[in-house]
Design a protein. Structure first.
Length: 276
């Protein structure tokens, strides 16, 4: 990675982590609201036990990040790990002090800040850890509706909170925050879970060596330029939004002159994973 690209990624993930910590400490936590994923579990444990939510968030993410380190691309997990550590550190620096006196405002704007921060981390090639890592792992091995799976897991976290507190208002306001955050992530990062990349290149073998190490199939299509009549290969692959940034960086590194067309994929039939 070029130095300016590394700096841009570092700035994006740091800013995203600070926004995530701010959403927690000044909007969600003062109102005893939950966010989604591992952070929501950390908040629930913190509310019930009085423990430091920032350090709980870090501790609960460690096994998930370790799992991802051996399953996903290490760059993705590296930036995800940095995001989790930075967000935990910012949570120690930003005081838990409400800026909104209305719980509805806190849930909506908490979701907005959280979603924008998470989206920045995703655009930089990482994530905010937790269920994002789990979703990425699952999407690499099985073609499951990951969005629905995450919503169900988040719903279980909310349900457990209701069992312990009996407070349906907090649960419903928390769902508003989770829903808002998910919509903002889609706007900042990418709306569709799967995309198809068409890569016209003169460096087929170099790209194939890297692409076939990923759990996705690649189709080679022979093409001929209309103006130049030059024959080239076009590599077609379907990938997920979690892997898209990694794929684009790979193409830029190996063949900066490649023509790449990325389109939204409505659905996939057949085996989404690479056989073998």
């Amino acid at each position: 990675m070029k130095p300016y690209q590394a700096l841009a990624s570092w700035l994006a993930v740091t800013a995203g982590s600070m926004l995530i910590a701010a959403a927690f400490n000044i909007l969600l936590i003062p109102e005893q609201l939950l966010s989604g994923g591992i952070s929501g579990i950390s908040m629930m444990i913190g509310y019930l036990t009085g423990s430091n939510i920032g350090w709980l968030y870090l501790a609960l993410n460690v096994p998930v990040l370790a799992w991802g380190w051996f399953t996903l691309g290490r760059r993705f997990v590296f930036w995800s790990s940095y995001s989790v550590v930075a967000a935990s550190a910012f949570m120690q620096l930003i005081p838990v002090q409400p800026v909104a006196q209305d719980i509805l405002l806190a849930s909506v704007f908490g979701g907005l800040l959280l979603g924008f921060g998470t989206g920045l981390c995703l655009r930089a090639g990482g994530s905010s850890g937790g269920f994002d890592i789990i979703a990425s792992i699952v999407s690499r091995s099985r073609d499951l509706p990951v969005g629905m799976m995450i919503f169900i897991l988040n719903g279980l976290v909310i349900g457990i909170l209701v069992v312990f507190t009996g407070n349906w208002d907090i649960a419903l306001y928390s769902l508003i925050s989770i829903f808002t955050a998910g919509k903002v992530v889609d706007l900042v990062h990418i709306r569709h879970l799967k995309v198809t990349a068409f890569i016209v290149t003169q460096k087929t073998e170099e790209l194939l060596k890297q692409m076939l190490s990923r759990p996705r199939g690649v189709t080679i299509v022979k093409t001929r330029g209309a103006f130049s009549s030059e024959e080239r290969d076009m590599l077609m692959t379907v990938t997920t939004r979690y892997e898209l940034d990694e794929l684009k960086r790979m193409v830029r590194r190996l063949d900066p002159k490649a023509f790449v067309n990325i389109v939204e994929t409505v659905g996939v039939m057949g085996d989404f994973r690479r056989n073998g």
